[in-house]
Design a protein around this ligand. Structure first.
Ligand SMILES: C[S@@+](CC[C@H](N)C(=O)[O-])C[C@H]1O[C@@H](n2cnc3c(N)ncnc32)[C@H](O)[C@@H]1O
Length: 245
């Protein structure tokens, strides 16, 4: 089984990835980010939606939202969160390599490093091509990852993070001449330890922009965070946006 197909990984490390604090931050981003401001009633697809951290606030402000994810566990959590918030959201279980709905959306989002998961680069390109096919004329795709240049400023320092579920120890290793990243996580809770290894492609701004262009996007722009700052030495994320024609 590939690491991204492992429900135990997403559920086991939910405390670090999908904390209450992150949900609150995501709601603030949706309210304030110029990159997440869409015309009222926009049809928004959150590709790899996880437990609906962004879907809920998007639906609350009136966007017509669909969430796609491969994990049953994540979709069950997303359903629970949407029901609790009293919002109407369509949830679909699908693999991002397969999911398309021709011209069905005005915006496609892929957030919090949910891109570059596949060992075959053609599969990652296919995800972008699918997104383009799912966008109506003039619609846009926004992908948010940890850019290679951002990671380079701190990679190698092991981190320990206290979460609701225990302490997570994280160690990053650069692979294949800076094309891929392996992250090893260990969650220690009481006298138990759970391990996970994630490997994914690592993109510089120029590389991800080129991939967008190869997938047929135009007007491709790079940003350094959700406030719309440039992708420069102050960048905290790599956010790439392209238009479908
Ligand atoms: C890092 S999480 C991000 C979730 C969400 N975007 C967020 O901001 O919280 C990545 C998500 O991608 C989903 N995923 C992994 N592989 C996938 C695939 N091949 N197709 C669709 N979803 C996938 C996982 O189940 C997980 O929910």
């Amino acid at each position: 089984m590939a690491w991204y197909d492992d429900d135990d990984l997403w559920a086991g490390f939910a405390g670090v990835m999908f904390s209450q604090r992150r949900a609150a931050e995501a709601a603030e981003l949706v309210a304030k980010s110029p990159l997440l401001a869409f015309p009222a009633g926009s049809r928004v697809l959150d590709l790899c939606c996880g437990p609906a951290i962004h879907l809920v606030p998007l639906a609350q402000r009136g966007d017509r939202v669909t969430g796609v994810d491969l994990s049953e566990v994540m979709l069950a959590r997303a359903r629970e969160a949407c029901d609790e918030a009293g919002v109407e959201v369509r949830l679909v279980r699908a693999d991002m390599r397969e999911f398309t709905e021709e011209r069905g959306f005005d915006v496609v989002l892929n957030l919090y490093t949910s891109f570059g998961y596949f060992d075959d680069p053609a599969d990652n390109l296919r995800v972008l091509r699918n997104a383009r096919a799912s966008l109506d004329r003039g619609g846009s795709l926004l992908v948010d990852v940890l850019g290679k240049e951002v990671l380079a400023s701190w990679v190698g320092r092991p981190q320990a993070i206290d979460t609701e579920d225990g302490t997570v120890f994280m160690r990053d290793t650069i692979l294949d001449d800076w094309t891929r990243l392996r992250t090893d996580w260990t969650l220690v809770a009481g006298d138990t330890a759970r391990h996970a290894t994630i490997t994914s492609f690592l993109y510089s701004a120029a590389e991800l922009r080129a991939l967008f262009e190869q997938a047929g996007f135009t007007g491709v722009e790079c940003f350094g965070d959700f406030d719309g700052r440039p992708y420069d030495n102050h960048a905290r994320r790599l956010i790439v946006r392209g238009r479908a024609n």
